[in-house]
Design a protein around this ligand. Structure first.
Ligand code: C5P
Length: 231
């Protein structure tokens, strides 16, 4: 069963850097492995992180025809991960096949959908994707489709979490990046909240990267965020 801890985004370029980071902690964590790392280190890194006792969000954002995503998810189902994701834009059939695939060898893996990337602006939505609604409506539409397709939740901004909690329920997962504790750099994130605010808005999990990974004292920064999040 997936834990409730803040999810640390392991945005490092090598397995060595990941290990140096994880060596500092003597407790179970929840970490996120993204494309940059997975495409270089593959399943072996997943195994080594698991052997340290951590939960893993494998953030590969699959998006292809239903058969391809279904088969790819069957492969990921053999890895020892706890949470995976797809792009809701792939459609309901793709999402259903993704759920079937990921559950093939492990019924406990949770699967969530990316609705609209936070890098997508309303202008891009309307002019490039030709979706003539607000970002919020587009997110709600895809989140509803994800729920109807049998997914466990979505990745979203904490600022969208309260709407999704009202419309789709509190237990539907709302995994939210864009988290910054008070008095830390916002980096390139624009729409941010503190861990406490994210919780109040209905986030079920927060994803935090640079405030921990680039900190002078990652363990201390992590514990402050964890306390603020868990309350
Ligand atoms: O360093 P920072 O806390 O901004 O890292 C946030 C993590 O969440 C990064 O891995 C980033 O790619 C990811 N992410 C995000 N916004 C999304 C989806 C994922 O910031 N909408």
């Amino acid at each position: 069963m997936m834990n409730q801890l803040p999810i640390i985004a392991l945005d490092f370029e090598s397995e060595k850097a990941v290990n140096q980071f994880l060596d500092q902690f003597d407790e179970s964590l929840f970490v996120k492995v993204g494309m940059e790392l997975f495409y270089q280190t593959g399943p072996s890194l997943i195994n080594s992180i698991k052997s340290r006792g951590h939960d893993i969000f494998l953030d590969l954002k699959l998006h292809d025809i239903p058969n391809t995503v279904g088969k790819a998810m069957e492969g990921l189902s053999k890895l020892n991960v706890d949470l995976v994701n797809v792009h809701a834009a792939g459609g309901s059939e793709m999402m259903q096949r993704a759920v079937e695939g990921i559950r093939k060898y492990n019924k406990d893996i949770k699967i969530i959908a990316v609705t609209q990337l936070t890098s997508t602006t309303e202008t891009m939505l309307q002019q490039e994707q030709n979706i003539q609604t607000s970002i919020e409506d587009a997110v709600l539409n895809y989140a509803t489709l994800a729920k109807e397709s049998g997914l466990d939740g979505v990745v979203c901004s904490p600022l969208e979490a309260s709407l999704l909690a009202t419309e789709l329920g509190e237990s539907f997962l709302k995994v939210t990046p864009g988290i910054r504790p008070l008095n830390t750099s916002t980096d390139d994130q624009k729409r941010i909240t503190t861990p406490q605010e994210a919780k109040a808005l209905g986030s079920t999990h927060i994803v935090v990267g640079r405030p921990i990974t680039q900190s002078d004292n990652p363990v201390e920064s992590y514990h402050k965020i964890k306390e603020s999040w868990l309350g």
